[in-house]
Design a protein around this ligand. Structure first.
Ligand code: ZN
Length: 116
């Protein structure tokens, strides 16, 4: 039995219920634990189910936004160093794509802040 199947079985045994929603990351069925938390057994992490963009925004506290922004900024600096040392064009392209994703995420954080 695979690791995630075993985790699913354990969750069900512990009283978790199977939800209709699927994990946004991997598409596996999600479980609601007895604590009320929603969990993906395959990704082995908590999942936040939100029904609309507004809920998604209010689910993000200013605290978690700042932490996220900090993480993204640190990552960007690391990516910048890697890009500077990278000679292989296809690796460089991958790095730049990551940089772009980080910039988009940072931009989105700032937009959420303005709304709040
Ligand atoms: Zn998942």
């Amino acid at each position: 039995m695979s690791e995630d199947l075993r985790r699913m079985a354990e969750m069900l045994k512990a009283g978790a219920s199977l939800l209709e929603e699927a994990c946004p990351q991997c598409g596996s069925p999600l479980f609601r634990l007895t604590t009320g938390e929603v969990y993906c057994a395959k990704c082995n992490r908590k999942v936040l189910i939100v029904k609309s963009d507004e809920e998604a925004v209010s689910a993000l506290t200013p605290m978690s936004l700042s932490t996220l922004e900090e993480t993204l900024t640190v990552n960007l600096q690391r990516l910048e160093r890697l890009a500077r040392a990278e000679a292989d064009p296809s690796s460089l392209e991958r790095l730049l794509r990551l940089v772009n994703l980080h910039l988009e995420a940072l931009e989105r954080i700032r937009r959420i802040r303005r709304q709040g």
